[in-house]
Ligand binder design. Structure first.
Ligand code: ASP
Length: 335
């Protein structure tokens, strides 16, 4: 279909149209490629996608969007649900501690204007996603770390509290017996939440929050709070987020890579698959004992997800339905 006809069709087909700038199109008449200032695309919105089985978090974010709230507020509110859920062992209160028994949290957030805020290695503050948002909105900086981040949070009215639950303490004490001081990365049960949302205006934001690897070395920071690693959003293209072994995500700048692949025309699904490929296809890479999972959404509201191993799932809210979906994965028995 010629592009002009496609655009015409899209603009009469109803549901959610949004203006996208700087799309490169080929102009049939003049045989040149030129940027089109405003093209209209059919968009599925509002929409939320998040890592793992995060029904309540996604429902909470969706409720913000259905009331006309921004994607930014939606991802913040959604992530706060998991931060407060003490049963989740890799995010917020209840998260497993570092090898010295300290729970330290990492989080970041990006809005539709390309703004970013993050906090790294924060103790005693549960809702680090909201602290990251304050860094983005109320400071001239993008990242605060450790004690500085904690003091900043307290200065903004956040309460200090003990994040190490009895259950997490018991698990840590058990681990210490045979620990060999190796951090643990499992491949089945993460609950780090990465969340992306498109609001009714078609704008995209994202957020990511975690307690990181269980029993990590004190001071270790993974991908989750790092722009382009655990999260990246470009409102003209889409967004991506990661979970799993942060070191591997960082070495391939996974979320940025996915957004750039989508910019070049790949679907969110294909972009996630290629990003996993960049990890597993490194020469000699032994990926048997770690997991990485990606989620992505593009400007049209098409979604994708892919992981190294089975057991990764994600939630999608669209057309007023919230579903947990099993992700496709790389490590299948060869036929
Ligand atoms: N990506 C997180 C990290 O490496 C961990 C996770 O997803 O569970 O800190």
């Amino acid at each position: 279909m010629k592009r002009r006809n496609f655009l015409k069709k899209a603009s009469v087909s109803g549901l959610g149209l949004v203006a996208v700038s700087s799309t490169l199109v080929s102009c049939d008449d003049k045989k040149v490629v030129r940027p089109v200032k405003t093209a209209e695309l059919e968009v599925v919105k509002p929409l939320v996608i998040a890592t793992w089985k995060t029904d309540l978090a996604v429902e909470t974010a969706a409720a913000v969007l259905e009331k006309g709230g921004t994607a930014l507020d939606a991802v913040e509110q959604g992530c706060r649900i998991e931060e407060a859920n003490e049963k989740g062992q890799s995010v917020g209160k209840g998260g497993l501690p570092d090898r010295d028994g300290n729970v330290t949290l990492d989080a970041c957030i990006m809005d539709d204007k390309g703004n970013y805020g993050a906090v790294l290695g924060v103790k005693n503050i549960k809702h680090v996603i909201s602290v990251a948002k304050k860094v983005m909105e109320e400071t001239p900086h993008v990242m605060l770390v450790g004690d500085g981040a904690e003091s900043f949070a307290v200065s903004k009215g956040f309460k200090r509290e003990n994040l190490l639950t009895e259950a997490a303490k018991k698990a840590w004490e058990k681990w210490k017996i045979k620990s060999e001081y190796k951090p643990i990365i499992n491949i089945e049960n993460h609950d780090t939440i990465g969340m992306l949302a498109i609001d009714k205006k078609g704008n995209i934001s994202g957020a990511c929050t975690t307690s990181g690897l269980a029993y990590k070395l004190p001071g270790r920071v993974g991908d989750s709070p790092i722009i382009g690693g655990g999260l990246f959003v470009d409102n003209e293209v889409g967004g991506a987020s990661a979970t799993g072994l942060g070191e591997e995500v960082l070495k391939t700048v996974g979320s940025f890579l996915i957004v750039e692949l989508m910019r070049q025309g790949k679907s969110p699904q294909k972009a996630c698959e290629e990003a996993i490929g960049r990890i597993v296809n490194k020469p000699g890479k032994d990926f048997k004992n770690f997991q990485v999972g990606y989620i992505a959404v593009n400007k049209k509201g098409e979604t994708g997800a892919y992981s190294i191993h089975e057991w990764f799932s994600y939630n999608v809210y669209k057309n007023k339905e919230n579903k947990n979906i099993k992700s496709d994965f790389y490590n299948k028995p060869k036929a």
